[in-house]
Design a protein around this ligand. Structure first.
Ligand code: DAH
Length: 335
């Protein structure tokens, strides 16, 4: 009779185990928890093992019956476990996908990249236009001497033109160049005509800072020496260049004076209802050509000097030259 009790007890235990396992497995929230359940139910020292151990007291036909149920339970466990594992994995994946989902409408993180300074891009644009006309880029030093900055350009010692350009003098005849014109001389000393050069660079004058003046500014020098060049070549080149740069702004030539050109002109463009001077130019003075040891009967040429700041300000509608030097990032970012 004792075996009857045992069978009942075992059946009760099996049913309890089944209920607990079903509940436990369905509530487990991660794989670690499931593994613990598996060990406690199915492990060597687990509850199913102890139930099977209890079978030794059983009578002949009771044994296979309990054995069968225990086996069934074991299979049921395994099925439940693997189903739950699968479900948890899927949930985990879903969570991960939700977390890592790429929202293509999210505004991108902007990576700051530097801009070209408007003075640099203006210089490059002008130089490129002249390069397109066959001009080569030539540069000269910012620390010049009296000879290249003045004398060789037909501006002798006591010439009033020296007052036109208040100069920063250094020691021993050295000075900060007041214009890019000395590059004409330096280039022609080393190169024989025909030449066509464009020469950008920084220049210096003792000017007080205001909306249109700065003691440091930028010029671009243009020089062409060849046989048979005359004023029509100068005018044609300047007009073509200005049209490329400014589009259809009206242009006028005004007679002017520079010691190194004869005749000389200043060029204005009409901007916002006013004539604005943008460059000086002229036919290279024969005295300058002769000074270089060249025959002014065979060689003639034209030259021009323009202020980059003016071109830049007109192009971008900038009203105060100081904006170009104060490095205000909010201003510079606009270009
Ligand atoms: N060097 C002159 C200045 O700075 C500008 C200039 C005028 C340059 C006439 C030239 C020229 O080459 O032909 O004011």
């Amino acid at each position: 009779m004792s075996s009857k009790v045992s069978v009942k007890k075992l059946i009760a235990e099996i049913e309890l185990l089944e209920a607990e396992a079903t509940k436990g497995i369905s509530e487990a929230s991660d794989q670690g928890e499931l593994e613990k359940l598996r060990i406690s139910f199915l492990g060597k020292k687990g509850r199913l093992s102890s139930i099977l151990g209890g079978m030794s007291n059983l009578q002949g036909e009771e044994r296979p019956m309990i054995g069968q149920r225990a086996n069934l339970l074991k299979n049921q466990f395994q099925a439940l476990l693997s189903e739950r594992v699968k479900l948890l994995k899927e949930e985990e994946l879903k969570k991960l996908l939700a977390k890592e989902k790429i929202d293509v409408t999210t505004p991108s993180i902007s990576i700051p990249i530097g801009n070209r300074h408007p003075l640099i891009s203006t210089t490059e644009e002008i130089v490129d236009l002249f390069s397109g006309l066959g001009y080569r880029v030539a540069e000269g030093p910012e620390i010049e001497n009296d000879y290249y900055n003045f004398t060789a350009l037909n501006i002798p010692e006591d010439h009033p033109a020296r007052d036109m350009q208040d100069t920063f003098y250094l020691e021993d005849q050295f000075l900060l160049r007041t214009h890019t014109s000395p590059v004409q001389i330096r280039y022609l000393e080393k190169n024989t005509p025909p030449v066509r050069i464009v020469s950008p660079g920084r220049v210096y004058r003792r000017d007080a800072v205001d909306a249109t003046h700065s003691p440091v500014f930028h010029q671009i020098e243009v020089l062409a020496i060849d046989q048979g060049l005359d004023f029509s070549h100068l005018r044609g080149t300047v007009m073509a260049f200005l049209k490329e740069f400014f589009g259809d702004l009206p242009v006028r030539f005004r007679a002017s004076y520079f010691p190194f050109t004869e005749p000389s002109a200043e060029v204005d463009v009409k901007w916002r209802g006013r004539w604005l001077e943008v460059m000086g130019c002229g036919m290279v003075d024969p005295a300058v050509i002769e000074g270089l040891g060249l025959d002014s009967q065979s060689w003639s040429g034209f030259a021009a000097g323009l202020g980059v700041e003016r071109f830049c300000m007109v192009r971008h509608g900038i009203d105060d030259i100081r904006r170009l030097y104060t490095s205000d990032i909010r201003f510079l970012e606009q270009f």
